[in-house]
Write a protein that binds this ligand. Structure first.
Ligand SMILES: [Zn+2]
Length: 169
């Protein structure tokens, strides 16, 4: 595959907003990398991610499968939903916010603080966040891409369960 083909396809996929929660460059680039790896290897990647609401923890799965002609299909499934009592509190996206939220694992990071899960009891969700990909998820994505390029059949990566799937060829 020519590199240009993968880049064009990734752009096409992203421009259709199949991943309609993506608002930031780090997440766009991470998904584009996964799509390029699927197209290059004809393998399948699965990435579990969180798409929470203030009242509900939602575990989602993104499956990226190769298609003919250097294309890929992205399928999002809701795997699990847990009602949160008490609720996390409302938050808003603000690209200028210094509080960060990982668009994959849902953890948040206040300036100079650790990454933590705002859905865990006792934690508060910051009111304004800008989205990014946290260092742990960046590492999981790199590991999965390395795995699929090396032909791994099934590699579980952390609690995100980001794993290369069976090759189709
Ligand atoms: Zn993360």
């Amino acid at each position: 595959m020519a590199n240009g083909g993968g880049a064009i396809l990734a752009n096409d996929v992203l421009s259709t907003r199949l991943t309609d929660h993506i608002t930031d460059d780090p997440t766009t680039e991470a998904v584009a990398k996964l799509v390029r790896a699927v197209i290059a290897t004809k393998g399948t990647l699965r990435m579990d991610y969180r798409c929470d609401a203030p009242h509900e923890l939602r575990r989602m799965r993104l499956t990226i499968k190769p298609m003919k002609d250097d294309r890929a299909i992205m399928v999002h499934e809701l795997r699990d939903a847990v009602q949160l009592r008490p609720e996390m509190g409302l938050w808003s996206f603000d690209p200028a916010a210094r509080n960060l939220k990982c668009s994959i694992c849902g953890k948040v990071h206040l300036p100079d603080g650790p990454w933590f899960d705002p859905a865990q009891r006792g934690n508060r969700h910051p009111e304004f966040v800008s989205y990014t990909v946290c260092p742990t998820c960046v590492g999981h994505i790199e590991t999965a891409i390395t795995g699929i390029i090396e032909g791994a059949l099934d590699v579980g990566v952390g609690d995100l369960n980001l794993k290369p799937g069976l090759r189709n060829d």
